[in-house]
Write a protein that binds this ligand. Structure first.
Ligand SMILES: O=C(O)CCC(=O)C(=O)O
Length: 196
């Protein structure tokens, strides 16, 4: 397993890359977002082992879950501009969907998967904003030659998952029993249908 320090650009292979932006949001913004989101409704995703919540202008369906469109709460709407600018650039259409993940502690997890459903614009990088605890994300090449990369997702960081990563790599948040506190992640996505 390769270890990666929080560097800006991680090239996974010729066409797949990650960009890690530490301290992307301030502690005040992070605290306010957590306070609001923990009061929203969450559902247990039994296919994996954590709670999720979906907000977006399009229906997001993946194995075992079907999320109808739902209005994006104000605290997330305020982040759409800055996260879209950092992850997609100023000239692109902004994100229009956010899947939230809530891990009560290190016993909760998400197994290896790709974010490549038909409802997503897979040409748009996915942006992962991490809040509260640090957890490890693993990237595993589908062609084993490239191996597994482990990256620490620190609170308030933004990880941009770009290029062909969703095509050639799976990712997971593994169990980490030494972590005894909550983590919330906001995963910003763009729908395949484009803006209304
Ligand atoms: O919690 C995370 O950082 C990633 C969750 C994830 O893999 C996903 O939402 O697709």
């Amino acid at each position: 397993m390769r270890e990666s320090s929080p560097a800006d650009l991680v090239q996974l292979d010729d066409v797949s890359w990650l960009r890690y932006l530490p301290s992307f949001v301030s502690t005040d913004v992070a605290d306010a977002v957590v306070e609001q989101l923990l009061n929203e409704s969450w559902e247990w995703d039994g296919g994996h082992g954590r709670k999720v919540s979906w907000y977006g202008s399009f229906r997001y369906t993946y194995t075992g879950s079907d999320h109808p469109p739902a209005q994006i709460p104000s605290c997330i709407a305020d982040l759409l501009g800055p996260v879209s600018a950092a992850a997609l650039g100023y000239d692109s259409s902004p994100y229009d969907g956010v899947l939230l993940n809530l891990y009560e502690d290190g016993n909760e997890w998400v197994g290896f998967h790709q974010d490549d459903e038909d409802s997503l614009d897979t040409s748009a990088p996915v942006g992962i904003l991490s809040l509260l605890s640090t957890r490890t994300i693993l990237f595993q090449a589908i062609e084993r030659a490239h191996g597994v990369l482990a990256l620490s997702l620190e609170p308030r960081s933004l990880l941009v998952v770009g290029g062909a990563t969703q095509q050639y790599w799976k990712h997971a948040i593994p169990r980490e029993p030494t972590c005894r506190t909550r983590r919330v992640s906001l995963t910003f996505r763009r729908g395949s249908a484009g803006p209304d």
